[in-house]
Design a protein around this ligand. Structure first.
Ligand SMILES: Nc1nc2c(c(=O)[nH]1)N[C@H]1C(S)=C(S)[C@@H](COP(=O)(O)O)O[C@H]1N2
Ligand SMILES: [Mo]
Length: 374
């Protein structure tokens, strides 16, 4: 039911119990994650735990706006309606019988790195660990939409999650909802994922079903999906139109632009800041990703020296991050700064300073770590 601009929460069979925030905090802390919030579970992964092709599920960052809903699999259905020839209501069993695909996809929160912006911006003060990579399995969104048959004149596809709660300046609880244009829904390679790293999705990552939109900031990848609605109008829900919008200060004007593809970025996963190393040969490792195109180059600067090419290693996935490594030798003892930056095939590279925006999105600062050589 749409009331004004926002969809009100209905009392369906999905009325969800919340997962216990205190146990979620403990589980995250034991896995070595930094916990920012627990009521809405928000935890980030230390860069040192992010150096592999696929992130073990226990280490995958968690980002939520509301308490985690626990859905009853028996009552759960995915309803697909609106401007379609044939509305669908699918159980998890039915979804798992459709032909499925597994894709390694890097999810990054648009707020990753926000804590680095000066002046500071509001929102969860993420360091660099609101990013992780997993193998996601499920039918392709495009195939499921084709089954329902999108009617002519349709413009957007809205994805509704089962989680809900209060947000600033809205007098009633709202659900987590996001939309894609029909074209992006069909062409982005999005999956309706029921498995993560070969196991059923954990509750905290969207059990029983989530959307995965490769290359997009992860806000598009709606968890606890219960509803897909094809509509003729532009969707202006809270998380589409208020939140997750860049507000740039350009020539004095405030320019608004929705958050979409991940910006290019490299992260150093080894060594870590504060580490003490012997100065013989220093091995620098990391990952790099971009939502627009494959990574073509990663460069490293050690001890404020020239930028030099790192070696791209591992098995690159179309939408998973690229591992890289670099060997530095002949260094003098003392404090040493190591920096890394990436470029992609679309010609994008990392700016020295990303453009400040009011909500602190896409903070793709060049990552640096400081170590001590002896
Ligand atoms: N239903 C729902 N989906 C959601 C969110 C949410 O709060 N509710 N958060 C989004 C954001 S902002 C991010 S960064 C990712 C985080 O996914 P993860 O918790 O599996 O890492 O989920 C996205 N999907
Ligand atoms: Mo996010």
């Amino acid at each position: 039911m749409t009331i004004g601009k926002l969809t009100q929460v209905s009392s369906s069979s999905l009325t969800a119990a919340a997962a216990d925030p205190e146990s979620e905090r403990l589980i995250a802390a034991q896995a070595g994650l930094a916990v920012h919030q627990t009521e809405a579970l928000n935890c980030e992964t230390p860069p040192a735990a992010l150096g592999t092709d696929v992130t073990p599920t226990a280490h995958f960052y968690r980002r939520n706006h509301f308490p985690l809903p626990v859905l009853d699999e028996a009552a759960w259905r995915l309803d697909l309606g609106g401007m379609v020839q044939q509305p669908l209501s699918l159980s998890l069993d039915e979804l798992t019988q459709l032909s499925a695909e597994t894709a390694v996809v890097t999810l990054e929160c648009a707020g990753n790195g926000r804590a680095l912006f000066r002046p500071s911006t509001t929102g969860v003060q993420w360091g660099l660990g609101a990013v992780s990579t997993a193998a996601w399995t499920g039918p392709r969104l495009a195939d499921v939409l084709a089954r329902a048959g999108i009617k002519g004149g349709a413009r957007e596809v809205i994805f509704g999650g089962a989680d809900h709660g209060m947000v600033d300046d809205v007098p009633h609880p709202i659900r987590f909802e996001r939309s894609l244009t029909v074209q992006d829904a069909v062409e982005s390679g999005a999956l309706l994922a029921y498995a993560m790293n070969g196991q059923p999705l954990p509750v905290r990552h969207g059990y029983p079903l989530r959307l995965i939109v490769p290359g997009w900031y992860a806000v598009a990848s709606v968890k606890w999906l219960t509803e897909i609605r094809v509509v003729a109008e532009r969707f202006d829900g809270f998380f589409q139109d208020q939140d997750y919008v860049y507000e740039w200060n350009r020539t004095g004007d405030s320019l608004r632009e929705p958050v979409r593809l991940q910006q290019v970025r490299a992260m150093i996963t080894r060594p870590s800041t504060g580490q003490e190393l012997s100065r013989g040969v220093v091995i620098v490792c990391g990952v790099a990703w971009s939502g627009a195109a494959p990574i073509t180059r990663v460069e490293v600067s050690v001890a404020d020296g020239q930028w030099r090419k790192a070696r791209l290693v591992g098995t690159p996935a179309a939408h998973g991050w690229q591992q890289w490594e670099f060997l530095a030798s002949g260094l003098r003892p003392g404090e040493v700064r190591i920096r890394a930056r990436a470029s992609d095939l679309a010609g994008r590279s990392q700016p020295d300073l990303p453009e400040w925006n009011r909500r602190g999105y896409a903070a793709n600062f060049i990552h640096e770590v400081g170590v001590r050589l002896r």
